[in-house]
Design a protein around this ligand. Structure first.
Ligand SMILES: Cc1cc2nc3c(=O)[nH]c(=O)nc-3n(C[C@H](O)[C@H](O)[C@H](O)COP(=O)(O)OP(=O)(O)OC[C@H]3O[C@@H](n4cnc5c(N)ncnc54)[C@H](O)[C@@H]3O)c2cc1C
Length: 509
């Protein structure tokens, strides 16, 4: 490709398409680029994907989105972590929080000191040192007051939002920024004879949309990246056997919890995502162990309120597109691969792909070295998330159903096996610079899933017992003091960003 890139075509208008469009139109304003997004109302969007992780707040901030306006427009609530119920064993639950435990001392992570403290009979649980877990348990959310001098950072947080409203919000924003939206079903793709680069797409009514560079946000079908360029798919179901989901919204309940709940079930797990106007629910399961009708029945029987629509089935295969970038096409969103939403990472992966592409956007020639770099970064990112998900399934005492016995027998990826062994040996958690999940996340999950290190870092033995006790009392006291200043999550929303009530028309008879 030797023509200056002037026109970028985005195929698909789900969360991936509109996040991409909004980011490129905002950051690239004035660069002489034009953007056209093609989507089909007939095909629609996947319509799930409502729980996020903290980097989404950076995405919004960079796009100068007013937070309260965004929350009202998407019926959003705040999210401080994920509760995992029944994962380690039935009746057990823990929270994977978005913030740290305690503070580092002697240059090493806090959890080493806590491992020593517990081994020596200390009574305080690990969550006594974590603001997020305490706020979750008490359904509180807030920001530090201006006179708060506690040696604690502000709370990292994310959102739960309505996926359809989010896409609509970003669409309005993108169109204001000059993105052209074209409605229609793509039925054909034209490639350049010489090298197979995509030149244009043809719609059902004969219109042709041409461009210099294409971003494939067409969802699971991968219209350009797979159906046209055959980039290939790496199937990860040997590690992540769930391949179906059943999704259904239900009526809200009086308390809006500031966390997502994931409850392990007989053949997978159930999500619960509280929004202002409803609760999003779904059962992610393995079709080898549960049928579709049974999944729907079980999901409907375990809702907090009346179902507001008929359960909707979805199919997927865990894995990644072998080349998320091929020729002049980059796949973003479901077109680039899929990992089940256990750690709410897909929307983050869209954001991360957009950020990478912003840095690497070609000027005229598409260089293979750029493509290779992009694809290797995307691969590493996905592999880390995969390992964290596999940890949930394999570090468990559950063996009460054929599905859980299957999970316990999964042969872990080498990268996970290495992390696991290091943690069990002496609590070591080694984080690479590019890792999405930092030590607090790996600790929360390793600990919550029942892994018990045999020892700890030698520096954790430096403070005397009395000194360690003194520091622990101070640290947990600071956490308590900060959390005590927070209002309830519902009070915070009411005071700052309450959305207009909506009539939930879809409600089932
Ligand atoms: C069960 C489930 C639960 C999930 N939960 C979460 C979660 O909690 N958190 C999270 O971060 N992520 C979650 N995800 C992932 C999240 O839903 C997606 O990452 C996100 O919605 C992006 O989807 P998308 O835009 O890539 O695809 P889609 O929403 O499917 O959009 C595809 C677009 O392409 C268009 N299109 C397709 N074919 C054509 C054609 N021929 N012509 C014209 N247009 C076409 C469609 O009209 C549509 O606009 C979940 C996914 C699933 C399956």
């Amino acid at each position: 490709m030797h023509k200056k890139i002037r026109k970028i075509v985005i195929v698909g208008g789900g969360t991936a398409g509109w996040m991409t469009a909004a980011a490129f139109a905002h950051h690239g304003a004035g660069a002489g680029l034009s953007f056209e997004l093609v989507e089909s109302d007939d095909i629609g969007i996947v319509g799930v994907g409502e729980a996020t992780i903290p980097p989404i707040t950076d995405f919004n901030r960079q796009l100068q989105i007013d937070e309260n306006e965004f929350i009202r427009a998407t019926q959003a609530s705040f999210k401080l972590g994920i509760e995992f119920a029944d994962w380690y064993r039935l009746g057990h639950s823990y929270i994977h929080p978005f913030g740290h435990y305690g503070v580092q001392m002697h240059g090493i992570y806090f959890h080493h000191f806590w491992l020593r403290y517990r081994a020596q009979g200390g009574k305080l649980p690990e969550y006594a040192f974590n603001m997020h877990v305490n706020a979750c348990r008490e359904n509180r959310y807030g920001r530090p007051a201006s006179n708060d001098r506690l040696p604690l950072p502000p709370m990292a947080y994310a959102y739960h939002f309505d996926a359809g409203l989010y896409a609509a919000f970003l669409r309005r924003m993108s169109e204001r920024l000059g993105v052209v939206r074209t409605e229609g079903r793509i039925v054909d793709v034209q490639q350049r004879g010489t090298d197979g680069f995509v030149e244009s797409v043809r719609l059902e009514d004969g219109r042709v949309v041409a461009g210099d560079f294409f971003i494939d946000c067409s969802g699971f079908r991968g219209l350009l990246i797979e159906q046209t360029l055959q980039a290939g798919y790496e199937d990860w179901s040997e590690w992540l056997p769930c391949d179906r989901a059943m999704a259904v919204p239900c009526e809200r309940v009086p308390v809006t919890t500031p966390y997502t709940r994931s409850t392990a079930r007989e053949a997978g797990w159930q999500w619960r995502i509280p929004l202002q106007h409803r609760i999003g629910n779904g059962y992610v399961y393995c079709s080898q162990y549960l049928g579709e009708d049974e999944a729907a029945t079980r999901l409907l029987a375990r809702l907090d309120g009346a179902a507001l629509a008929a359960p909707r089935p979805l199919r997927f295969v865990a894995g990644r597109r072998k080349e998320a970038w091929k020729k002049n096409v980059v796949a973003i969103g479901l077109a680039s691969g899929f990992l089940e939403p256990l750690e709410s990472t897909s929307i983050h992966l869209i954001q991360s792909a957009v950020a990478k592409l912003l840095f690497m956007l070609p000027r005229d020639t598409v260089e293979q070295s750029t493509i290779d770099k992009y694809n290797s970064l995307a691969r590493a990112e996905l592999e880390e998330i995969r390992d964290l998900l596999v940890l949930h399934y394999t570090a468990t005492e559950r063996d009460d159903t054929p599905f859980w016995r299957h999970c316990r027998a999964i042969r872990k990826p080498d990268s996970l096996r290495q992390r696991w062994e290091m943690y069990e040996r002496n609590g070591d958690i080694i984080i690479a610079v590019a890792d999405l999940f930092k030590e607090a996340s790996w600790f929360a999950i390793c600990n919550g899933q029942g892994l018990r290190p045999r020892s700890w870092h030698p520096f954790a033995d430096i403070p005397s017992r009395e000194e360690l006790e003194r520091r622990f009392v101070l640290m947990s006291g600071d956490v308590r003091k900060r959390v005590d200043t927070f209002p309830t999550h519902d009070d915070y929303i009411r005071a700052n960003c309450a959305a207009a009530p909506v009539a939930m028309k879809e409600k089932m008879a």
